[in-house]
Design a protein around this ligand. Structure first.
Ligand code: PDD
Length: 280
């Protein structure tokens, strides 16, 4: 059973607490992070906290507390939850104030949930998953991990309705990222991924994979690529905090990637990723 946290208080997950005039649910006026906990330890915590501050600064959300406050808060929440394998969602909103578009002069609101991590069904790793292409309909600041996820939700739902696991977003045919993941393609044993810009989220798992490739002397080219390049790739995989590295083997029900089964590079990177996590 997971736990919840709101502004200094731990609560049961089922407790109804968000006040009506809370800007997170009225406007989506806030930012968030998702952190994976392995063996009781938060994975790449300082990178997540750095990104949280980048997001907060980008939306002019004034945080009164410093990075070490969040470091301690997250570690405390893990302890309170008693969970060794979990995922933490941390949201910061512009607070609770009478509805008005303008910034209120009130403290920010900090909420968290710590939930047991139910691992991805191994069938998805063994057989790979299907995806759809979907026009990227989001705004121009996708590097901000904003609570506004409506275009992402609509794209993911469209994928599910087509019997697929992920929507691969593109702007005029240029791949940006997944609805909740970053996308890599493999061609001739080299990796390609969309370069960082305001068009994508700087995924922490994306960074972990790139670091892993440096260690393994695998070339990663951060360069824009098109739908056509993805369809013709030897392998495609997605990365995110909750699912780690997942092979994509078919797109739009017609394009088989490689042999239509997970490729060796994707399998190797997933295995190495697991080794890094569980080595100590
Ligand atoms: N989402 N791009 C988008 C749009 C995402 O929502 C995510 C992650 C990523 C990958 O980032 P990371 O490797 O740091 O998890 C890329 C999380 C899992 C979520 O919102 O639940």
């Amino acid at each position: 059973m997971g736990i919840g946290y709101i502004n200094g208080k731990y609560i049961p997950l089922t407790e109804p607490v968000i006040p009506i005039e809370e800007r997170g649910h009225q406007y989506g006026d806030g930012v968030y992070e998702v952190i994976r906990v392995y063996k009781g330890k938060p994975f790449m915590l300082s990178e997540h906290i750095d990104r949280l501050f980048i997001s907060a600064t980008a939306i002019k959300l004034q945080l009164e507390c410093n990075k070490s406050y969040f470091n301690d808060l997250i570690k405390q929440a893990i302890k309170v939850s008693g969970l060794l394998e979990s995922k933490i969602y941390l949201q910061i909103t512009r607070g609770i104030a009478p509805r008005n578009h303008l910034f209120p002069d009130v403290p920010v609101s900090i909420t968290m949930t710590v939930n047991e991590m139910i691992p991805l069904d191994p069938v998805f790793r063994e057989s790979g998953v299907k995806a759809i292409f979907h026009e990227d309909e989001r705004w121009a600041n996708c590097h901000i991990k904003s609570l506004n996820l409506l275009p992402n939700i609509l794209a993911k739902q469209a994928a599910q309705e087509m019997g697929c696991f992920e929507a691969i977003l593109h702007r005029d045919g240029w791949i940006t990222e997944g609805s909740s993941s970053n996308i890599f393609i493999v061609k001739n044993n080299e990796l390609y991924t969309t370069p960082l810009s305001n068009k994508i989220l700087a995924g922490i798992t994306r960074r972990a994979v790139i670091q892993l490739c440096e260690k393994l002397s695998i070339n990663v080219i951060q360069h824009p690529f098109r739908k056509k390049d993805l369809i013709e790739a030897d392998e495609v995989f997605m990365t995110n905090t909750t699912n780690e590295v997942v092979p994509i083997v078919e797109v739009d029900g017609i394009y088989k990637i490689g042999f239509g089964t997970p490729g060796n590079m994707t399998k190797r990177l997933y295995q190495q990723f697991q080794q890094e996590i569980y080595q100590d």
